[in-house]
Design a protein around this ligand. Structure first.
Ligand SMILES: [Zn+2]
Length: 389
């Protein structure tokens, strides 16, 4: 499909609507014929697991900080490699103690037999210190030497960190530029979770997919905050980083926070060859899109979409519970992408959606090839990594 035709599909769907609600209606219509299908739920059947594992799946967006044999056994059973991402988040009581969190994540990476690799980060709360960038660079270079393959910049730039005058610090602030240049020079990848779903800037809507999150994280809920940058301002700042650093590979977490603006995302992917996005924690937004347009989007950008979940394994969870949650999420996503089964979709109009049954070559790109290309070293140096494909 040419670019104009592609854009028209989305214009037809998206014009004059909030995106999500309209998309849900259309999805409901699409699904009318299958409304009687009973959604397939739960962990993989043996047959499904075989097909999933054969893809050499890589989840490029996880947060695991608890070392547990049941968890490592799951990674092996699913033939699943993960990128374990460190985030310095002072809004989450679970993660307030950053050094403890980092110790936990490193323990997972070192105990995983090569199935987990580290995406490190730097301390955003040191912004404004004279040695902010040099300390950050020293820290990430140390982690690169220990095997880290990527660095995360998080949404607290644009949504939380302020300068001495009390203004929000945008992610393209010149003080951050030496950090981006270091990541680029060392051939590593920047994971950019910048901005958030549109609903974070809107009045509370209990039916929104993200409502639970922002009601629990008021610090990062932007609606009504004085002088807070708008979402478009933050995304423009992200785009300037992409333009200034053409050799820096940037993976935009969560569909680059453009979860209901697929034409906008298409424009960015066309404009910035150094930009790809992960699908973590936004699969439901994908599921809510009209079937024909999302199929066209995935087909066109099959080299720029990377599978990820945002699955977490934190203290307080048992290994058994984490394994159950993670595998259920993998099975659910896989059924949507790889099969034509009907699966649960709580925010879709009728509560379910029919799978896309993507062709195998596209699935292989989403689950494996694109991760290898955008995250060099993602399979690690272990025998487990070396034996893949
Ligand atoms: Zn995450």
């Amino acid at each position: 499909m040419n670019k104009l035709a592609f854009s028209l599909v989305f214009l037809f769907v998206a014009a004059g609507c909030g995106g999500t609600q309209r998309a849900a209606k259309t999805t409901a219509a699409n699904n009318a014929a299958t409304a009687q299908d009973r959604p397939v739920t739960g962990i993989f059947s043996d047959g499904e697991l075989k097909q999933f594992a054969a893809l050499g799946p890589i989840d490029t967006h996880t947060h695991a900080s608890v070392s547990d044999p049941a968890f490592y056994a799951m990674l092996k059973r699913l033939n699943l490699h993960i990128v374990d991402i460190l985030v310095d988040d002072d809004s989450d009581p679970q993660q307030k103690n950053f050094s403890k969190l980092k110790e936990g994540v490193l323990n997972v990476v070192h105990s995983s037999d090569g199935y987990a690799v580290l995406c490190t980060t730097f301390d955003p709360f040191r912004f404004g210190q004279p040695d902010f960038a040099s300390q950050a660079i020293q820290g990430i270079n140390h982690d690169f030497a220990q095997g880290a393959i990527a660095v995360k910049i998080w949404k607290n730039f644009g949504m939380e960190i302020k300068d001495a005058k009390g203004n929000y610090v945008m992610p393209d602030n010149p003080a951050l530029e030496p950090i981006f240049q270091d990541i680029s020079a060392r051939g590593k990848t920047l994971i950019a979770h910048l901005a958030d779903p549109n609903t974070i800037w809107e009045a509370p809507t209990p039916s929104a997919p993200d409502y639970d999150y922002y009601s629990q994280h008021p610090k990062l809920y932007m609606y009504g905050k004085p002088n807070a940058p708008g979402k478009a301002d933050i995304l423009r700042a992200r785009d300037r980083i992409l333009a200034r650093n053409p050799k820096l590979r940037v993976v935009g977490a969560h569909l680059g926070s453009m979860e209901v603006d697929f034409p906008g995302l298409a424009d960015r992917l066309d404009k910035y060859p150094n930009f790809a996005v992960d699908m973590a924690a936004r699969m439901e937004y994908v599921e809510m899109q009209p079937r024909a347009s999302i199929l066209a989007f995935i087909t066109r950008y099959q080299d720029r979409l990377i599978y990820g979940t945002d699955n977490e394994f934190n203290p307080g969870q048992t290994g058994q519970d984490a394994v159950q949650d993670w595998e259920t999420a993998y099975a659910n996503d896989w059924r949507f992408l790889a099969t034509d089964d009907t699966i649960p979709c709580p925010h879709c109009r009728n509560g379910s959606v029919k799978g896309l049954a993507l062709p195998e070559p596209i699935l292989r790109k989403l689950y494996h090839d694109n991760a290898v290309k955008w995250f060099p070293g993602v399979l690690g140096n272990s025998p487990a990594g070396a034996m893949k494909h």
